[in-house]
Design a protein around this ligand. Sequence first.
Ligand code: TPP
Ligand code: MG
Length: 351
Amino acid sequence: MELRTTLGTLADPHSPVEPLELRNLPASRLTEDLRTMVRIRQAEAAVGDMVESGEAKCPCHLGIGQEAVAVGICGALTARDRLYGGHRAHSQYIALGGDLTAMFAEILGKQTGASKGMGGSMHLYAPETGFHGSVPIVAGTVPVAVGAALAAKMDGSDIVAVPVFGDGACEEGGVHEALNMASIMKLPVVFVVENNLYSSHLDINLRQPFDSVARFAQAHGIESEVVDGNDVVATRLAMDRLVARARAGEGPGFLEAVTYRWRGHVGHREDIDVGVRRSSDEVAAWRARDPIRRLVDALISRKDMSEGEFNAMTTHVQGEVDSAVEAARQADYPPVKALIDMVYAHAAGGR
Ligand SMILES: Cc1ncc(C[n+]2csc(CCOP(=O)(O)OP(=O)(O)O)c2C)c(N)n1
Ligand SMILES: [Mg+2]
């Protein structure tokens, strides 16, 4: 097997933007995918506003521009599967159907939040949807997901575990241990890397000898696919293939989805020129590869949607987001006592 090292045009924002191939997929499904991408984008824009105004006190990492990865991968999963996220996980939480009010409430530190207001943006949790938590420790949930896959195998269930992490997380040793264990034990896990070409402010070309991280999967004998992560259809189809293999007991998979975040590493700003290569030109070129616009254009050219229908969709979703934000604002903060009750476990006998 030839070692894949370079992303080529997938990482070049100036390469021609190819129209999405909708591959005879039904309009109903693609329209739902579009709606979810719009919901993620507008919810994250609202989070950005909360950060800018100072209303949100916790660090918030926005993935605006990366929506197609979450929607593509989550569409391949059931609520019984177990997905684990990292610091930039609003998109996966929403794509799996996590409650918007509970997400905003968590970000605002309210007791109705997804983690009862104790965790903030980077500690979302909605196990009823298959979202088994996000943790800010880079790569922290990767070995945890492999543990979930081991449990699934030992139980003889058909559950698949999915850790979602970044290109930067691939520089953590735990990822490589997790890949090795998953491979040698043929565990039902699909590793998903959102390769957005940056780790904080550092370009992947300044951190690694090659820009494609799927080579780590190849090194461990794991089936891998590399896709345009701004193409929701390609992402979904690749994930479907890897999940089906894992579910059938054929071993782990690894999906590298190449994408780009429009905002800076953390907070609401674009972070132009704080890194070594991130320039306004680069951001503008990636914005032209907007995963939402590409899907809208493809749906319009197949006559499945009109521009007016898309506008109506965005207005409707904005209404949902606004009411969720308002409901989160109205909720109470947890009582101070909850800090002790929820952070420390009580010993048996109730001391
Ligand atoms: C173990 C650990 N090291 C460092 C950090 C600080 N940190 C937070 S996010 C981040 C960058 C991660 O980059 P990547 O995995 O590519 O994800 P992205 O932010 O691009 O989504 C770093 C270094 C951390 N949270 N945890
Ligand atoms: Mg990254």
